[in-house]
Design a protein around this ligand. Sequence first.
Ligand SMILES: [Zn+2]
Length: 407
Amino acid sequence: MIIVPLGVSSATPTAIRHLPSLALWREGKVYLFDCGENAQMRLLQAGIKRSKVEAIFISHLDGDHVFGMFGLISTLQLQRRDKELIIIGPEGLKKMVDTVLAITQIQPDFEIIYKEIKPDLEHEVVLEDDDFYVEARPLKHTIFCIGYRFQEKDKPGKVDAEKAREAGITADEQYKALKNGDDVTLEDGTVVYSADIVGDPRPGESFVYVTDTEFCENAIRLAENATILFHEATFGEPLKQKAEDTGHSSAQDAAIVAKTAKADRLVIGHFSARYSNQFILLKEARAVFEKTWLAYELRPIFTNPTLEKEVISPRVELIDLKEKKAQPARKTFKPGFKRKPGVKKRRFKRKPANARYYKGDQERSSRDQYKKTYKRPDDDRSRPSPHRPSKPLPITPRTPFDDFDRF
Ligand SMILES: [Zn+2]
């Protein structure tokens, strides 16, 4: 399984974080957990085909967790999808989707199968296939909210081919029977026992999605021995009261859930927009549960990296901003280097490529070279103007994405 967080913000998007959504890739099929705005774009950027989405699991009907669904359905229709789409979530989901599709006159040619969960839910298997099932339990939020556990069924053990050959097994069918746990009787009457040839069954992996909830027992039940637990960590410990009032968890709450449930790995996400530095939350969680990671948008989490490496390749360049800053400046001095006599040291003036500034009474832009010389006849810059600032205006990039010429 590969888990790709598509949006890790809570309630409102920020310049660098998108609304809640997470993709789970397994055996070529994709399962979405929540579908905030931008989910379909983030899928594309993560290198995941939208047509591969099999089912969408919605935790609750707050807009920030569902608004991306309509856009995604619209795109699937334009892509001429004919495979059915399963949407699972709280009661009222079908009415919401149907209403939006009716008003926007989208008539999907593919079938949408709804599975609505009633608020009196205690515990239910909401989706089952040959080799996995998805379990749902209610969480504790201001409105009815559901947590999910995606559980692979145990895989049969590996057949010891050498042992089997020694025992006299030759046909493929006999191998299959042994693998399925059936004993095989050979022609001479000897019985080859499956337990002797086949190893122990390999436990299936599991992914647990718990978001928008206070600390609650059901989160622990869902997360029991999970391979990966995604748990919301909207606030830090100083805002514990706010977390309780709004039906959310702190990073420490998430860590306590992971620790109590003996999860293999905790991934925290759903950060409040106030945390520009989410490492504060990571630190809090790690104080309780060491094996905690931060959810990074588009950064895949592999349950079995040796098997799943290179299955997904992001189509956008992932830049680690921290690393980028830390890059050492280019070395200009080489030990032992001597300048030739008479050759002057060249100096380069550095300026940002997009910088625009006022010099004297003439506006200059490094991009628009012609402006240096060209002056519109009616543009007399010596005249005071209410629209033109008398002082140079510094343009300070607030985020990496603001670093462009907006004026
Ligand atoms: Zn939320």
